[in-house]
Design a protein around this ligand. Structure first.
Ligand code: AMP
Length: 301
């Protein structure tokens, strides 16, 4: 396994693989790797000849008031996990200097228009521009055939699918279901910041979403009713400060046409963001026509 923090070396590695006729899969991460990241790496392992993992806490996707929390990350632990998962390249992007992800004098920003606006975009104005820019840079550096993203960050996944297609990157974007704790809480590096009490309270997010999913499976087809069910549960939950709950067309992230889940070709995403003990958490479930007959596995996002 090659571990490098040099952009030029990562590019050369990838060019060698492609030159040898091998397919390259990329899993972009910000480190603090957990089972959610491992599921992406394993999918890449199954589908590609070579697997690259990038570990880079991208400064441009954090608004000024936000805590980057890069200092608590354990890059040795992350590299060890990559080794266990038989990763071929770990690219630890440095953020300054000649051979860094953002080269000196970096000028370019990428913006995915409509998909950046709703949901988290309303509360984190710089976030998706930073994500789109760094993913474009990583695609340019590593030129992967496929790249892997979790539906835990549903809006991000949709935005990157659009970016990859719009910019003719040639990268096939693959998305995978949310990996959860046994009690439903979506895995996130942020969960480590929760006190025991807050960890317990955080369960309210997935419980509310699952309850709405059951209501949908039971025949409730109005996105606004499903959204209000989640809102009611989370407004009543102790220690949970709701930021938003929305039910949007799963493809366009616009208000669902016709006011029904079944009226949307790809169904509806029911998404929430909330603060629990000062930590901002997000979660979602994707409600698709047909799901009400064939239940999703409990790990389904
Ligand atoms: P991050 O390191 O938080 O930027 O996440 C890197 C990738 O892992 C993103 O594509 C996330 O959507 C994905 N990811 C994070 N948490 C989970 C999870 N619980 N299940 C599946 N994918 C996840």
């Amino acid at each position: 396994m090659l571990v490098t923090d040099r952009t030029s070396e990562a590019s050369r590695w990838s060019a060698r693989m492609r030159g040898a006729g091998l397919s390259v899969g990329l899993v972009p991460t910000m480190g603090a790797l957990h089972e959610g990241h491992r599921s992406l790496i394993r999918a890449a392992r199954r589908e590609c000849d070579r697997v690259a993992v990038s570990i880079f806490v991208n400064p441009t996707q954090f608004d000024q008031s936000e805590d980057l929390d890069a200092s608590s990350r354990d890059s040795e632990g992350d590299v060890a996990i990559c080794r266990q998962e038989m990763v071929d390249l770990v690219f630890l992007g440095g953020d300054s200097g000649e051979d860094a992800v953002y080269r000196p004098g970096h000028q370019t920003a990428v913006r995915v228009e409509q998909l950046s606006e709703p949901l988290c975009g309303r509360f984190r104005p710089a976030h998706f521009g930073g994500v789109a820019t760094v993913v474009t840079l990583l695609f340019g550096i590593l030129r992967p055939h496929r790249s892997y993203f979790g539906l835990k960050d549903y809006q991000q996944a949709r935005l990157i699918e659009s970016l990859a297609a719009d910019l003719y990157t040639g990268v096939e974007v693959r998305t995978l279901p949310t990996v959860r704790e046994a009690d439903g809480l979506a895995l996130s590096s942020r969960n480590a910041r929760l006190s025991t009490e807050d960890r317990d309270r955080a369960r309210a997010l997935s419980s509310a979403l699952f309850e709405a999913r059951e209501a949908f499976r039971g025949g409730e087809d109005r996105p606004s009713t499903l959204r209000d069910l989640v809102r009611g549960r989370l407004e009543a939950a102790e220690g949970v400060e709701l930021q938003y709950v929305e039910a949007l067309d799963a493809l366009t992230l616009q208000e669902p046409t016709g006011g029904s889940v079944r009226g949307c070709e790809d169904g509806v995403v029911l998404a929430v963001a909330a603060h629990v003990g000062g930590t901002r958490l997000i979660d979602n479930v994707w409600l698709r026509p047909g799901d009400e007959i064939e239940p999703l596995p409990s790990s389904g996002g």
